[in-house]
Design a protein around this ligand. Structure first.
Ligand code: HEM
Length: 435
């Protein structure tokens, strides 16, 4: 809490995060006035109009995703790929007003070698190469990995340039609506008439970082949540009964924001999200540093932190602290911390709430997540739309062996890339609910 809230004393280690600036300066890898500026440009885009768009688009995209699954008789061998696409589509609509279809064989637009989703997934696939390889080397290297990374980088930049150009063209023609999206805000902040315009590179850097921050995080959370749900049929039944209670027989297209969302977030689906984020904290550590010596107090004892110390807020351990997170009966913290065995979403349905600082999946304070409400709305809309009509099951069946295999995957098969994710997908199937 002290590291999160003393924002003048503990800042982001910019040297370490600078590698994220592949397209230009970003909100994530900046500090002080520069960070404040990007944050103030972006903030107005996260308003209730945007949230309403997120709700509507998330429901629409979840229905489109279900159609794709239905084509494959409900079998989904790698949910994360679809969840990524779902989250990217919702983000594109809400932040860039770009409507995306689930076209399984999309055509490449003229002048492009990759489609927009292909370019984005390739940038994420080769992100380590892009972050670590000097640009001069990447530009000439004949190594296949480098060539593909370069192609992804160039293609995605072209798409961003086209979006920016299109936005500039429309800016003059458009009637003011009072609702301005992230793209519009960054483009107009770079315009020469702006009081202190940001460089064009900062538009590209920030568009990229918002896509990075806002789609894998949500996709990984959704993947873990649905995989966990398949392992807990009883909780899933209760969750489905909860949805029926809230929305009855109403068509998802008529579900309302904020009324239905609030009830869904306060019920089993919100509990599922919180418990998933507790055990699968997408960002398991949050880096901070201090330019001057700082004193922090722990249990009444003062500790001096030397200048330029790299301090990691260990979110993962915070979410398992035995004082704040008692395990279910007959489990012990002495045994390995298998997330599935301590998965207890029901804890969120009681009045009991964690003390401040004990649950920090979106971080705390000045550098906390800008999209936390966005992410919650998107999650609730997807899970409600899917689970209203479908039950998620393990592809391998409901027996003990299938459950043990899935639990092992969901425990030791988890790794860290840009965030925490499953290394091997848990194969799932979606079965239509009998009414
Ligand atoms: C379940 C989904 C998400 C999780 C768990 C999550 C978590 C986090 C965390 C822990 C941080 C702080 C990082 C740090 O201190 O190093 C963060 C920052 C950020 N997040 Fe999220 N996030 C999610 C979704 C989103 C979405 C949907 C968006 C945008 C649409 C978004 C935009 C951002 C931005 C811009 C920052 C940087 C804020 C700053 O440095 O001032 N996030 N997120």
């Amino acid at each position: 809490m002290q590291l999160s809230h003393r924002h003048d004393d503990f800042i982001k280690p910019i040297d370490m995060l600078g590698m994220l600036n592949i397209y230009g300066p970003t909100i994530t890898a900046s500090k002080g006035d520069e960070h404040r500026k990007y944050r103030s440009i972006a903030s107005p885009s996260f308003n209730e109009n945007t949230h309403r768009t997120v709700w509507r688009e998330a429901i629409r995209q979840a229905e489109l995703m279900l159609e794709v699954w239905n084509h494959n008789t409900g079998h989904v061998s790698n949910l994360n790929v679809h969840a990524n696409r779902y989250a990217l589509h919702v983000l594109s609509k809400a932040l860039f007003n770009r409507e995306m279809a689930w076209d399984l064989a999309p055509e490449k637009p003229p002048g492009h070698q990759l489609t927009y989703p292909e370019a984005i997934s390739a940038v994420f696939k080769y992100n380590n190469t892009l972050f670590m390889t000097p640009r001069a080397l990447l530009n000439i290297s004949p190594v296949k990995e480098h060539r593909l990374a370069r192609q992804a980088f160039v293609e995605f930049r072209k798409y961003m340039e086209e979006m920016v150009q299109e936005q500039k063209r429309m800016a003059g023609a458009k009637q003011p609506t009072g609702h301005v999206n992230l793209l519009e805000n960054f483009v107009s902040a770079a315009h020469s008439t702006h009081a202190s315009p940001i460089p064009d590179a900062a538009v590209f850097g920030n568009l990229f970082i918002f896509i990075l921050a806002g789609h894998e995080t949500s996709a990984n959370t959704m993947t873990f949540a649905l995989s966990l749900l398949a392992c807990r049929p009883n909780f899933q039944k209760a969750l489905q009964a909860g949805i029926d209670n809230i929305v009855g027989g109403r068509d998802p297209a008529t579900w309302m924001y904020p009324q239905d969302y609030t009830k869904i977030m306060d019920g089993h689906i919100g509990a599922l999200m919180n418990e998933t984020l507790r055990l699968y904290t997408v960002l398991p550590f949050l880096p901070k540093t201090n330019e001057k010596a700082q004193t922090i107090s722990v249990d009444g004892v003062k500790h001096v932190i030397a200048p330029n110390t790299l301090a990691m807020i260990n979110t993962s351990a915070t979410h398992r602290h035995p004082k704040h997170w008692p395990l279910p009966l007959n489990r012990s913290y002495d045994s390995p911390p298998y997330p599935v065995s301590s998965f207890q979403p029901e804890r969120w349905l009681s009045e009991h709430r964690p003390v401040p600082g004990a649950f920090i999946p979106f971080a705390e304070g000045f550098r906390s997540c800008m999209g936390s409400r966005f992410a919650r709305i998107e999650f609730c809309a997807a899970i409600a739309t899917i689970c209203k009509n479908y039950t998620v099951e393990l592809e391998d069946g409901t027996g003990q062996a299938a459950l043990a295999k899935a639990e092992a995957q969901l425990s030791s098969g988890v790794g860290f890339e840009m965030g925490l994710k499953l290394k091997e997908p848990v194969a799932l199937k979606f079965v239509r609910r009998s009414v």
